[in-house]
Design a protein around this ligand. Sequence first.
Ligand SMILES: *Cc1c(COP(=O)(O)O)cnc(C)c1O
Length: 476
Amino acid sequence: MKNATPPSSNTVLLRGLPAVHRLVAASALNEWRSTVSETLITATTQEVLAEIRSEILNAPDIATLPTEAEIVTRIVDHLSRLEQPSLRFAINATGVVLHTGLGRARLSYAAIQAIAEAATNHAVLEIDTETGQRGSRQDHVRGLLCELTGAEEALVLNNCAGAVFLAVSALAAGREVVISRGELVEIGGAFRIPDIIRASGATLVEVGTTNRTRISDYANALTERTALILRCHPSNFAIVGFTEEVPTPDLVALAHKKGIPFVEDQGNGALYPLERWGITGVRGSLVESVAAGCDVVTASGDKLLGATQAGILLGKREPIRQIAKHPLARALRADKLTLAGLEATLRLYRNPNTARYEIPTLIYLTRQEPELRKMAQSLARGLRRVLNSSLFTVTLCNETSQVGGGSLPNESLPTVCVVVSCASDNVTVTSLAKALRNHTPAIFARIKNNTLLLDPRTLEAEEMGMVIGAFEKLQG
Ligand SMILES: *Cc1c(COP(=O)(O)O)cnc(C)c1O
């Protein structure tokens, strides 16, 4: 049904589009009628027609309508996409180890096994096997967290934002929270420390300036209304130059002299200093915060700890128990799969070498240049084998990977990337990146200087094969 003579205006052209009922009746859609409803087929048809209308109106040089068969093929494509799970497998070739958009930490085999087992079976989640009475879901992780960090008490909630909110609600509602102006941060996804403090019913007392805060600034702000001193790690930016901040042990001493708790939102959840593996620039660790005497430390489970999404609270017995008793603790509780994955991950940390070689986050962070170069070379060889060299050129370049969620933004890791450039005008880098994102599995790369960068830091060997396969398919 191609329009041989182009009408003078696109609006006229649109009149030639087939009617919805005609398309819906197409025999090519018959096999779909047993799996999806007529309503969905009609809605999808309307959606495809709306897309075509807007494409035609937005491109004045389009002179012909798609054929009825072409439109039906598009409807079938849409329906097939609806059949796919929305939350699907993605390949992270960005080199950002903790990519929030791609689900942050990838779990260890041990954690995956533990989650599968807890999901498949019933589990002794909240039951005391000695007495048969109700137990606590915290029992599975409390002991490990205390053992590994030196804390007296621990509590695991759904995520770190919830942990900070609950800590401030339970310890400071109706009273004042003292915090440095340099730490009134936004951590992304609308987590802003000043908003959290206000929402918890406490009053924010800002001290010092953006770049410099002294111990006297804190001391002068403490009154009988002060409930606690809060420190928040500015994990996603750095204030550099003329700066000053008070060491944590000094703030702990000041708080304790006043008889109030010191709460630290450590955030990134590194268990111990990562310098032991040559990773620099990561601020703080749980072990250091506990050793400094913090009364409450909060952190994410799915950042540098490399476990499931969770809000970890550690510290002194009294304040942690007070937080656990708050009614909102129930609203923020972690589910059994979270706890199963966290427990399994924490067990790996009993032997730091096991953790280092089994937790993907730590494996990726500690990948060194020789290994990364070998991986990049192998990926480049595979891509050159399948790609038409008159359309694409494939080279290597020295680059840097980012840690993501929890390290200083100016601190990055040297890597070797595969660079794909489009040699023909018919393919653009943005359209290539889009096609990769829409591929199954979805593939995410970086775009830089009109080239596509594939960073092997966050890839597994079999994923490199899938990336090569995707390029081959997209080109063909
Ligand atoms: C990441 C982060 C949070 C938020 O943690 P979620 O687990 O994503 O809720 C809070 N505070 C700090 C310092 C962080 O780094």
